[in-house]
Design a binder for this molecule. Structure first.
Ligand code: ZN
Length: 217
């Protein structure tokens, strides 16, 4: 146990109880999500955005508690394995440099780094946010699409591969993931699967429009 943990015992990001950054009770409460598709691409989520899982993701991102990256990535890793998704490499949704400075870390990058280590696939940081976009909160899907148009570009010298796994924290309407996938396609690569901690339940449950299809377009 680290010295700081003895002085300040970690509190669970999900329920607030002392003892662990993410406790066993909250871990077992994560509701699995069936795999689906978004814009014709597989979408794998660690759990539904509700209860302690939602609390912990919020704490990870906004408090912020970057040390939650490893425990939060685990249910997602299990879902990736369970659904037989085997990405050639991983990429992550980038933050604009200004947002990155404010937050101090990119929540999607930390998750992707953990998944890269535990799944044994390379992590590529070629996606760049080339345009700052206003906050998405309160925008509908069409407005989000306009907001994100041209926001991403693949800027690494080496082009993106095929069948990349693209990591983000939460899929709300899917507009961000779609815009990032477009940037990868424009650079000659492809996304094999979107990999997110949680799918937002912004639409009536179940978030399924047809078998295997998320209402998360
Ligand atoms: Zn807990």
């Amino acid at each position: 146990m680290a010295l700081l943990d003895l002085i300040f015992p970690p509190r669970c990001g999900g329920c607030g109880r002392d003892g662990a950054a993410w406790c066993a009770a909250c871990e077992t409460a994560v509701q699995p999500v069936p795999s689906g598709t978004l814009a014709g691409i597989s979408l794998v989520a660690g759990g539904r955005l509700e209860g302690p899982w939602q609390q912990a993701i919020h704490a990870y991102k906004y408090r912020p508690r970057p040390q939650l990256a490893a425990p939060l990535a685990e249910p997602l890793r299990r879902a990736i394995v369970a659904f037989g998704v085997s990405p050639a490499a991983l990429a992550f949704v980038p933050l604009h440099p200004r947002r990155l400075r404010e937050r101090g870390f990119n929540q999607a990058e930390r998750l992707a780094a953990h998944l890269s280590r535990t799944l044994g696939v390379p992590l590529l940081s070629g996606l760049t946010r080339v345009r700052a976009t206003p906050a998405q909160v309160g925008l509908n899907q069409a407005e989000r699409r306009v907001n994100l148009h041209g926001a991403f570009r693949w800027t690494a010298a080496q082009g993106p591969p095929q069948a990349l796994g693209l990591v983000d924290d939460v899929c709300t309407t899917g507009a961000t993931l779609e815009a990032a996938a477009r940037a990868v396609a424009e650079a000659g690569g492809s996304i094999g699967a979107f990999l997110v901690l949680a799918v937002a339940q912004t639409l009536p449950a179940p978030a399924v429009t047809s078998p295997g299809q998320f209402a998360c377009p």
